[in-house]
Design a protein around this ligand. Structure first.
Ligand SMILES: Nc1ncnc2c1ncn2[C@@H]1O[C@H](COP(=O)(O)OP(=O)(O)OP(=O)(O)O)[C@@H](O)[C@H]1O
Length: 748
């Protein structure tokens, strides 16, 4: 029978144990423990406490983690099913086995030490258990040993920390990866302890800071900044710290340890604050953007230069987008349209021009959007005034080469065009032959078909080709003429069809041929019979497809130009002799008009004389109106004119120059008057003319005279002038003498 004291002591012990158990349960509920191990040197003693033992057993069984009691040498005397589960075993298998055997061998001693240490104070340590299937269990073992009546009772708590361990490992791996990435990146980075003002972690080689920097970073950093940037950097940082900006982002110039100034882009944020919101730590990245800033500066400067050109240019410059809306126009463009830029931008030509005109531009622009480079001359009505623009349009591409719009440069050539057209006023000819021809010419001008003009040299084929052009729907476009006989054979293809850069020796840049230049207008091929058979084939292809390739090029170039061919040869005979392609002949011979020779339309001579004298007055800038006397006119009408109107013009020009007065006397007709032995010329020097104009006129006269003396032979004329045949050809071209009908001494 137990004494009252003994019973009271037992009750106190049970109460104490129950309190412990409650603590443990509270800890279990709070999720702090995963397992409890009860060990003691006198388990007998525990088992005799039946009620208490039941309470324990209940407690350990209701725990959702394992628990066991161990003998002094660590043998499992009792455990719950959860521990068996955790160790991947059954209760029967693990009871009576030493728990340390489930540990990885290297941790067994440590485990026994823990049990020993727990005699004096509760001890915890992490251990790695090996389950029966070989997998590992990471656990935190907490052991507590009680001594009661000389009996040691240990209570150990085991926490399954496998998940936490996994997260920790992953975190560590991520940290290592991050460290490697940061190491590999060209950016600098930092983690900055704001309280101690020291860099905790950095790859701030940029500034020469190292992780073991002792502090005082901010002051040092500020001192390294460019004085102009300091206030900005401070503000960006303060704005972020005070919560006005979610991140700190700033560009500044900093002096490197080498003494060199570099542009740095810095962005970062506060990553830790105290309970009052004061910043504790910040982290961020630093990028050296010096190269980028230099490129940007260069681009800015280029843009400024471009702006200056764009705004100061006399020529109209514009940019259109892919829908052909004006995106940018320069002041010259505003002047042309007499509208402010704001009223042009966003509009298309359809909004700004008359409908009959905008259609043509739309067509040309569409081709540029498909990749064509188009140069043309076109007359449009702007505020009712016919305005002729020489315009170059090129496609605008983005960085990937996609066409995103058009850039155009246009020069207003209205004045030049008006001057040129003085010679092309309305014709009314008294002769029947010419009246009939004019009827055909007018008819031809209404259609867009290819025309073949026949007629003797100098009869006016070139003149009437312009006549057709000016009355055709293409009159607002350019008129170009090529004299096939005057171009060296090896250059003929390039002259006509253009060439790409490097197409042949001397082809330094891309050149557009006459055909391309005649875009939107008319091209006259004079002396078409002189074209080589190869070029005849190329021309035929163009007539069939409206496309050709430049010399040395592969991309087909499409051109909308009307072709007028002219010749003084009998093309049929040329076909029979195998010198002209029959298919081309039939292709050209669709609408053939013959210009009658002057001897068959002598009734026109007075009209022609009047017109040519008016032209000469303009061209020679005479202060008076030259007039022929009656007898001179008779001489002219009597003459047979083998050289046709050209000869008439030459005679009149020489007579006007030599007469040097309003009364013009005919001299040197058909070579009957004396050939001047000396090269003598009268020079007019009106105030408006510069020395360049005068020497140009002089050269023009000398060349004309040499050609007259050589009977039209270029070789002879070049010899007389003491220059090469090609220099002479250059003069013929630059002095606008290209169509003097002179004959050459070689075949094309
Ligand atoms: N009807 C005309 N009115 C005024 N000038 C004319 C007329 N016809 C021709 N001319 C002038 O005569 C000269 C020769 O004319 P054009 O060059 O047109 O002849 P062509 O038949 O083309 O000669 P070629 O076959 O040699 O090239 C030019 O100066 C031209 O301006």
């Amino acid at each position: 029978m137990k004494t009252n004291e003994e019973l009271l002591a037992e009750i106190a012990l049970i109460r104490e144990r129950l309190e412990e158990a409650e603590d443990t349960l509270r800890a279990i509920r709070a999720g702090e423990v995963d397992a409890i191990v009860i060990s003691g040197s006198d388990t007998e003693r525990i088992y005799t406490l039946e009620g208490q033992d039941r309470a324990y057993r209940m407690m350990v069984e209701t725990m959702h983690e394992g628990a066991a009691s161990l003998s002094a040498d660590g043998t499992i005397l009792y455990c719950n099913t959860r521990l068996a589960e955790l160790l991947g075993s059954s209760l029967e298998q693990i009871i009576a086995t030493p728990l340390k055997l489930y540990l990885v061998p290297e941790e067994r001693d440590s485990f026994m030490n823990l049990i020993g240490e727990s005699k004096t104070e509760r001890s915890r340590r992490e251990f790695t258990f090996v389950r029966s299937d070989g997998s590992k269990l990471h656990a935190l073992v907490s052991s507590n040993t009680y001594r009661q009546d000389g009996i040691e009772t240990s209570c150990a708590v085991i926490m399954d920390i496998s998940d936490r361990k996994k997260v920790e490992e992953e975190l560590q791996a991520a940290n290592e990866r991050l460290a490697r990435i940061l190491e590999a990146s060209s950016d600098g980075f930092y983690e900055w302890d704001l309280i101690k003002d020291r860099i905790q972690r950095s790859k701030a080689e940029l500034f020469g800071y190292s992780p073991d920097q002792t502090g005082g970073v901010w002051q040092d950093f500020m001192a390294r900044l460019h004085p102009e940037d300091r206030a900005r950097v401070q503000k960006a940082f303060d704005d972020h710290v005070q919560g006005h900006k979610p991140v700190y982002d700033c560009e500044y110039r900093a002096k490197m340890p080498s003494g060199e100034w570099r542009w740095i882009w810095s962005r970062g944020k506060v990553i830790e604050r105290d309970a009052d919101g004061n910043p504790l730590r910040a982290a961020g990245a630093l990028t050296d953007i010096t190269a980028k800033r230099e490129i940007e500066d260069q681009r800015r400067r280029t843009e400024e230069v471009f702006r200056a050109i764009f705004e100061g240019a006399q020529d109209c410059i514009y940019i259109k987008d892919h829908l052909l809306r004006y995106k940018e126009v320069n002041p010259a463009m505003e002047q042309l349209f007499q509208l402010p830029a704001a009223d042009i931008i966003g509009k298309t030509d359809a909004d700004l021009l008359e409908p009959s005109e905008s259609g043509y531009f739309n067509d040309v622009d569409s081709r540029v959007l498909r990749g064509a480079y188009i140069e043309d001359e076109h007359t449009r009505r702007i505020h009712g005034v016919p305005t002729t623009l020489h315009e170059i349009r090129v496609p605008l591409k983005d960085s990937e080469g996609n066409i995103i719009g058009i850039c155009g440069i246009a020069r207003n050539v209205t004045e030049r065009k008006e001057q040129k057209e003085v010679t092309h006023s309305q014709n009314e000819y008294p002769s029947e032959a010419m009246q009939e021809t004019i009827t055909y010419l007018r008819l031809a001008s209404k259609r867009d078909a290819t025309i073949l003009l026949l007629g003797e040299s100098g009869s006016g084929k070139d003149y009437f080709a312009k006549f057709i052009h000016q009355r055709s729907p293409r009159s607002s476009g350019p008129f170009f003429a090529v004299n096939c006989a005057a171009v060296a054979p090896e250059l003929a293809e390039s002259e006509l069809f253009g060439h790409e850069r490097g197409a042949f020796t001397g082809a330094q840049g891309r050149k557009r041929g006459q055909l391309e230049l005649a875009e939107g207008g008319t091209l006259l091929l004079n002396e078409v019979g002189e074209l080589s058979l190869t070029l005849q084939a190329k021309l035929l292809t163009f007539l069939d497809t409206r496309e050709f390739t430049r010399v040395g090029g592969e991309k087909p170039v499409s051109v909308s130009a009307r072709l007028i061919a002219a010749t003084n040869k009998d093309l049929k005979t040329e076909v029979d002799a195998g010198r002209f392609r029959m298919d081309l002949f039939y292709r050209l011979n669709v609408m053939t008009i013959t210009i009658p020779p002057l001897r068959e339309r002598k009734a026109d001579i007075p009209l022609l004389v009047k017109r040519i004298l008016a032209q000469l007055r303009f061209e020679l800038q005479l202060p008076y109106e030259p007039q022929l006397d009656g007898t001179s006119m008779e001489i002219l009408i009597d003459y047979d004119w083998p050289g046709n109107v050209r000869e008439l013009r030459n005679v009149l020009e020489r007579s006007v120059m030599l007469s040097n007065s309003p009364a013009v006397q005919i001299i040197d007709l058909g070579g009957r008057s004396e050939v001047l032995s000396d090269w003598s010329h009268t020079i007019q020097f009106p105030k408006s003319e510069s020395i360049n104009d005068i020497t140009r006129n002089m050269k023009s006269r000398l060349v004309s005279e040499a050609l007259r003396r050589s009977g039209g032979s270029k070789k002879g004329a070049a010899k007389l002038l003491g220059i090469s045949r090609y220099s002479l050809k250059h003069y013929l071209k630059t002095l606008d003498l290209g169509f003097y009908g002179v004959h050459d001494d070689y075949e094309m």
